[in-house]
Design a protein around this ligand. Sequence first.
Ligand code: ITT
Length: 190
Amino acid sequence: MRKLVFATNNPNKIQEVNSILGDRFELLSLEDIQCFEDIPEDWDTLEENARQKSDYVVEHFGLNCFADDSGLEVEALNNEPGVYSARYSGSRDMDRNIQLLLENLKDHSNKKARFRTVISLHMDGANYLFEGIVEGVIIDELKGDGGFGYDPIFIPNGYDKTFAQMTPDEKNSISHRAIAVSKLVDFLGQ
Ligand code: ITT
């Protein structure tokens, strides 16, 4: 079976993709290939960071690879925090990141936001990008305790609850990551 690296150590992400692709590719995590270094993410777009990660694995390990990068883009804040979502307040503390976002947004009437995932695939010498987007709005109080990151303040369009109030299956069936992954899977299945 062909080997394909998913440049993450997040077991949930690996499992999600493996359940779809497992019969066609031997999916390997960074741990599986003994890559324990911090792969640089030096750029200021999701596309460039995802590509940097997939290129890094191809260059250093000689295996085909894909990598993802995601962020929350708030329209009234010029699409911030975007690529800086994990460290918006200068730390990885999500309570602080959410509070800063709500503070910055409080005088804006436009609450539109979207989650965006970009997957970069580097396969057999060629690069491909796949994008997944979920549009929605930011609410000014936290609701729900599922999910992670900005989920408690994000309501996807067409729903009356936040990502954090959904079951994992419910969120995974509509999420930005799921949309990008399904595009990747369609491509690999060809
Ligand atoms: P890895 O790069 O190690 O996989 P990460 O935390 O950087 O983990 P992502 O690149 O997927 O994860 O996302 C960056 C940040 O964007 C993440 O830390 C969250 O704050 C936010 N984010 C991404 N997807 C999210 C989601 O589905 N729900 C809530 N917040 C999300």
